[in-house]
Design a protein around this ligand. Structure first.
Ligand SMILES: *Cc1c(COP(=O)(O)O)cnc(C)c1O
Length: 306
């Protein structure tokens, strides 16, 4: 079994993203590179797991159980973190066991996670248990963690992301949205006047979805939140050549690697908002790079130039 190295906050950098288009509008754009924390406990996943690990330790649980699909960055992060901190782990995976495991699941299993494949209905039923941490009847020594770390502990951890920057410098904060846990943590910890932009990577979301607005502490802050629903490229983990071209260009021009499931779509959406002059001149924008680069291993070799 492979033990992952420790996540390292010292690796995080604040990079600026420069582009002639941005200078024209007197915009400054910083990118908070959470992807650099760890190759597999990537970005926001570390923050979302932190308080679950603490809870497990405090309540003497030996085992961590969570849920995800075949490309779940959350399961991989949990597998790696469990190994480091001495927990065993089980990942319930939605759908039938494939003939060949995805790179993500192979890596999770390499870190010692036991994978259990469930039909969609069994999966949905079981994952509901985790929302308020009731124990799994067969695994009483385990802590159940909601899919995507989408519970209070996850939100609390994600709320610490902004403590890494001088928050007052920014007029806008932008992040990718899967379950909305990270975005909720950011809303809860942002300033009253900061605009927050969430780019949904899911198809068919609208309004504040997939955010659970009942988890937002100060609901007036929702007035500052703008959700983008038009940059999902056909849905979760879907892509087309224009997204790949954009990611290659971003890397070649600015040395910022992105993943095709989340951050590629985030940067694409923000870039197009800038071109369409959606940001007032003089805006100071912070983009949260939430990691996920390991997901690019499922792309055909050679598609990406990084
Ligand atoms: C999981 C993930 C997200 C989505 O985070 P949520 O808190 O579920 O909204 C964003 N970016 C990357 C790279 C991820 O792996």
């Amino acid at each position: 079994m492979l033990i992952a190295k420790l996540p390292d906050m010292k690796n995080i950098s604040l990079d600026s993203w420069n582009h002639p288009e941005f200078q024209k509008n007197e915009l400054s754009i910083d990118v908070l590179r959470l992807d650099k924390i760890h190759p597999d406990i990537s970005g926001n996943k570390w923050f979302k797991l932190k308080y679950y690990l603490e809870r497990a330790r405090k309540s003497d649980k030996q085992k961590l159980i969570s849920f995800g699909g075949a490309y779940s960055n959350h399961l991989l992060a949990l597998a790696a973190a469990s190994g480091i901190y001495g927990f065993s782990s089980i990942g319930y995976v939605r759908g039938e066991k494939p003939r060949k495991l995805s790179h993500i699941l192979q890596a999770a299993s390499g870190y010692g996670m036991e994978l259990r494949f469930l039909t969609r209905s069994d999966y949905d039923q079981k994952k509901k248990l985790a929302v308020a941490h009731p124990v799994d009847e067969n695994e009483s020594e385990a802590l159940l963690i909601p899919e995507g770390g989408a519970g209070m502990e996850g939100i609390l951890g994600a709320g610490e992301i902004l403590s890494l920057v001088s928050l007052y410098r920014y007029s806008h904060i932008c992040c990718a949205v899967g379950t909305g846990t990270t975005l909720t943590g950011i809303i809860n910890s942002a300033g009253d006047n900061q605009k927050i932009i969430g780019v949904s990577v899911l198809k068919g979301t609208g309004g504040f979805e997939p955010l659970n607005i009942f988890q937002v502490i100060n609901t007036e802050r929702l007035d500052n939140v703008q959700m983008i629903h038009s940059a999902h490229f056909g849905g979760y983990a879907k892509k087309d050549q224009s997204l790949i071209d954009f990611m290659n260009q971003l890397y070649n021009e600015s040395c910022i690697p992105t993943d095709f499931v989340y951050t590629g779509k985030l940067f694409f959406a923000i870039y197009h908002m800038i071109v369409e002059k959606a940001f007032p001149s003089g805006s100071r924008i912070l983009i949260i790079h939430s990691g996920g680069l390991q997901g690019n291993l499922s792309l055909a070799p050679g598609l990406l130039q990084f």
